[in-house]
Design a protein around this ligand. Sequence first.
Ligand SMILES: [Zn+2]
Length: 303
Amino acid sequence: MIQMNRKSSYAVAFLILYVVLKAGQPSQAQTSSPQAKLSVHWEELTGADFREAIKRSQGTCLLPIGILEKHGPHMPLGSDLLNARYAALHAAEQQYAVVFPEYYFGQISEARHEPGTVAYSRDLQLALLQATTDEMARNGCKKVLIVNGHGGNVSLLPYFAQSQLDKPHDYVVYLFNQRSPTSGGPKKKTTIDEHAGESETSKMMIVRPDLLHQDRATSESGADQHRLNLPDGVYTGIWWYARFPDHYAGDGAAANRELGEYQMRWWVDSVGKVIAAIKADDVSLKLQNEFYEKSTHPLDTQQ
Ligand SMILES: [Zn+2]
């Protein structure tokens, strides 16, 4: 057996420790490469790193959309975007994608009577969204996934995606409109669970609990006021105001972290799966191009 003095045994111990620690870390070459530390936040990347990010994401970019509107008596005005960005950013960490900065510019005419609502005109909503996805695509985002966090956008966004067929675009707009699972998870306490209700408040408990005022959650009623009775199948714009004039639909006091964790995990995982599917999708753009070409001469389309 080799005898060592105290000094040299310290040196050997130090060397072993160094090797063990080093093995657990990325090599120098990896840490200095831009890919190893690429942020998913568009605004945090340098120009050179942005180019790398687009390559690494296979041109897949996320546009989380929210709104500025009252969320019951207890939630912040920006709740929808805060929640949607949490889901999008965590999903993009799992399945690398570039996430566009804060976008608050959707449909919210129905909350114009409440403080803090920012409601752009119909024309501007569509023009700004088109300009945004066009600019994303010009920068290499050939697959744009809109992650919607706002109930008032559920008609606007499918219309926007559908209307991409009106003239040729060299990119595809995808939309993920769902924010909560339809089944499973902890049992819910409330039956009406919409705007600022049990689910949305529970998610905020995970995202920004510091912004919640749970002591105020029962200071207004989120009950359905049933002020308009029209036959099923008839739609009119005042329906939401008729039912929930205080911009509260449900009971945020029923919220709990367990439900928030379950729903947020579901949202993050779902967006992650959508990103993976979109990266693998080589059909949509091909069909879009075929469609655009054929639509320039419809009389030649076989009947
Ligand atoms: Zn909301």
